[in-house]
Design a protein around this ligand. Structure first.
Ligand SMILES: Cc1ncc(C[n+]2csc(CCOP(=O)(O)OP(=O)(O)O)c2C)c(N)n1
Ligand SMILES: [Mg+2]
Length: 363
């Protein structure tokens, strides 16, 4: 039976800085030396904190955590492009972006050691939502925040992060649909790091790209090299600009790789080969960013050495502060579930305190 096409779709792809550090001059954004170097410095700080946290965890000095190594080029440029009034709605692999937004290093250490204080930021106007391991929830939260921004007539944008596995969650689809219908100022960035714990991307979805899922809801989409901070810069700048000026939401698939374990409780050797990992390490983002900066004459070995010493000292100071003895209230989590009092939480809080008192009495 002859059928006539009624719609045509395509998924554009963007890479500007390749894995060898070669830049496509026609597409290169004009960051200027200061911002380009700043971007690399944040990425290096996030990498250092991640590496140090892994050592602390292995020494029994930190709880389970999900490393972000290899994914720094996604959240760092994104956060640099956001304004203070915008909402950063992260999942749990956006360490660099959180640091750029102003989250203290000790907040990350506290959180992954089970202290709720890690989610209580020194400045309540920072507009970083707490780390949330509930897969997919970021999209609904951000859609609501973006809708509220539009409703109130502000030009604030919500930027949400999700993983490749998260695109199989209902909340992802509901959130994107809501944002598109209401033309809410929202940018959704899927960090396709090829794995959802041990499930590879190819088994996650039968779709050829993850980006095309945004087309289904009627929004502009783009697949980018997520290890290329310049592609991230260009894609996110355009998407945020469109959202801020009433052009509605965008969906970006950033193709990257989870270089380390899912969390420190996981052993990737059980489901992927050292060859896969070696290949991914060759494409990691810090290496190529450094090559790009060096090629421009903005960076050299001495600057690298000085930066390494600086970030090590900063992380060391944060670890010291984190490990210094503190008076911690056992019931702290109950104080931060909602912004306002809630009868059910109050009841649970009372029960909790009564249990503690009983335990103290009976030993
Ligand atoms: C709603 C929900 N279901 C299942 C889990 C268990 N879980 C934690 S991480 C994860 C995989 C997530 O993969 P992806 O979205 O690709 O993010 P990545 O870990 O790769 O950053 C799963 C299934 C969860 N935290 N929340
Ligand atoms: Mg993943």
């Amino acid at each position: 039976m002859p059928k006539k096409p009624i719609a045509k779709f395509s998924v554009p792809y963007l890479q500007i800085l390749d894995e060898h550090g070669k830049v496509d001059a026609k597409l290169e954004p004009d960051l200027g030396q200061e911002r380009a170097v700043e971007m690399y410095r944040w990425m290096r700080l996030a990498r250092e904190l991640d590496e140090r946290m892994l050592k602390l965890q292995r020494q029994g000095r930190l709880g389970t955590f999900p490393p972000c190594t290899g994914q720094e080029a996604v959240s760092v440029p994104t956060a640099m492009l956001m304004r203070p009034g915008d909402w950063f709605v992260g999942a749990f692999r956006e360490l660099g972006g959180r640091l750029v937004r102003g989250e203290p290093l000790t907040a990350t250490l506290d959180y992954y050691n089970g202290w709720e204080e890690g989610n209580v930021l020194p400045d309540k106007d920072l507009r970083i939502l707490p780390t949330s391991v509930v897969i997919g929830c970021q999209i609904e939260h951000a859609a609501g925040l973006a809708y509220a921004s539009r409703y109130k007539g502000t030009d604030e944008v919500a930027v949400a992060f999700i993983g490749d596995g998260g695109t199989s969650e209902g909340g992802f689809h509901e959130g994107l649909n809501f944002a598109a219908v209401w033309q809410a100022p929202m940018v959704t960035i899927c960090q396709n790091n090829q794995w959802a714990i041990s499930i590879p991307r190819a088994e996650q979805t039968h779709s050829e790209t993850l980006a095309q899922k945004g087309i289904a809801y009627g929004m502009p989409v783009l697949q980018i090299d997520g290890n290329d901070p310049l592609a991230v810069w260009v894609a996110v700048e355009e998407a945020i600009g469109r959202a801020r000026t009433g052009g509605g939401p965008t969906f970006i698939e950033a193709v990257t790789y989870r270089l380390l374990m899912h969390t420190t409780a996981d052993d990737p050797k059980k489901y992927r080969t050292p060859e896969d990992e070696k290949c991914a390490w060759d494409k990691e983002p810090l290496l190529r960013t450094r090559k790009w900066l060096t090629g421009k004459g903005w960076w050299d070995d001495a600057a690298e050495e000085a930066l390494l010493a600086e970030v090590k000292a900063r992380v060391e100071a944060a670890v010291k502060e984190f490990e210094a003895p503190k008076d911690r209230a056992q019931d702290e989590p109950f104080r931060h579930v909602y912004g306002t009092r809630h009868a059910v939480i109050d009841e649970q809080h009372r029960d909790f305190l009564a249990n503690i008192a009983r335990e103290a009495e009976h030993g």
